[in-house]
Every structure is written in C-alpha cells, then in structure tokens.
Design a protein around this ligand. Sequence first.
Ligand code: NI
Length: 248
Amino acid sequence: MLLHLSTWQEVDDYLERSRALIVPIGSTEQHGPNGLLGTDALCPEIIAKHAAEKADMLVAPTFNVGCAQHHLAFSGSITLRPSTMIAAMIDWTTSLERHGFERIYWFNGHGGNIATIEAAFAEKYAERSFSRDRRNSDLRLKLRNWWELPDVGAFCAKTFPVGEGSHATASEVSVTYAAYPEAVKQVEMSPKIAPAGTFRDANHFRAQFPDGRIGSDPSQATPEIGQNIINVAADALIQEFRSFADED
Ligand code: NI
C-alpha cells in the first residue's frame, strides 16, 4: 500500500492494523555513464513497492534528495546540506507521529546519507527527551541500507565478483534497469573498472573519479539480474519490517 495513492480514510484503517511504515530515502546524484541520477532513491523505492505488493505494509513517498554535495561537479546532481536534511526528516517524522505511527523504517539507498540520518534520529530522540510530557508515544526509528539486508550483500557479491564497486555499482544500476528497462544504456567503460579511493568536496571527487564511478564496472548491469536482486531484497525487507513492526 502506497501512502501517496491512498485516501486518508485508508490510512486510518491501516493504523488500526499497524503503527509501522517504510520511508524510502535516497539521493538525486550522478551515477556514472550508464546509471540514472535517481538510482539511490529509485532502488529503495522499487524494492519497497515490490514488497508492498506481497505483504500488508505502508510505503511513504520517497525522500529523494539527500546529502550529495560531493557529486555537485556533475550535471543534474542535487543536494541538501546535512542540517536541512535533518530538519526535513524531523518534520516528516513528527507529521507521521501525530497520526499515530510509532515505528518508522527509513529504507536507505545512499551511503552518503547514513551519518545524517543517524543525526536526525538523535535530534528527534533529543526533542522527545527534553519534553516533560510523559505520555510520549513509543516512537522508534530504524535505518536500513537496502544493500545490507540479510542475503542481499552476499547475493550481489556472488553475482558481481569483479567490478561491483562502491558507487554506480553494477547491482544498483541493475535494480533500476529492471524497473525501467527503457532506460538501459550500452556504454563502453573506460577504464573497465573505475578507480577506488576517498573524496572530500565536489571538485576533489571529479578529479579523482572523472566519469563519476568508484571502483565499479556497471556495464555488467542487466534488468534480469536486477529483478533477482529485487526479489531477494523484497523478501528480506518483508521479514525485517514485520519484526520491527511487532517489536515490544
Ligand atoms: Ni548509488
């Protein structure tokens, strides 16, 4: 069940059954020569939608711009500064909390978001701790990176033993190709496997990684592989979301 395609009465009904929902969260940033700018937002969204077709779970709209300052030397990339993202995440959370949601599962697609998501959780918990209201709801926030769901990392590593990389990975490009086969691009990668390393700001990133990839060869990506990853990830997501929803 998708929140943005539901009526308020349907959300009321869902709240009778469950106090948990998923918020896909990602980024809009360059993903190399054959990857879509939306990749990091699309991957968690695609997996969550697939899971929600198989199980009773509510999926919020995708929080689709994150912390991507280091990609700004590539056209189309958009970023929030960390303080803006924290403020926006707290407003989303507080809105949902008001309706009675108590388990919010942030399903992340971008490594560069992790520190800021955790900071947002800490801010939200601090806000509650400062309040003298003892009738606070039992709010719990959880972060899960899609590629770290049980079985998913191993499946991706087995599928792409060489050239998976850490940005514009063969796996994430495959997931987007499965959902959007019209977006498949055949691009010769040069070098075949991109350099690996660290980065600071946007200009430094572009100097280190001229075509945007880090350590990857995403020309291996196919829609068929992407669908297999989606299936493995959606099953793991359903299980983990259910146990989070039922937590005491
Ligand atoms: Ni990515």
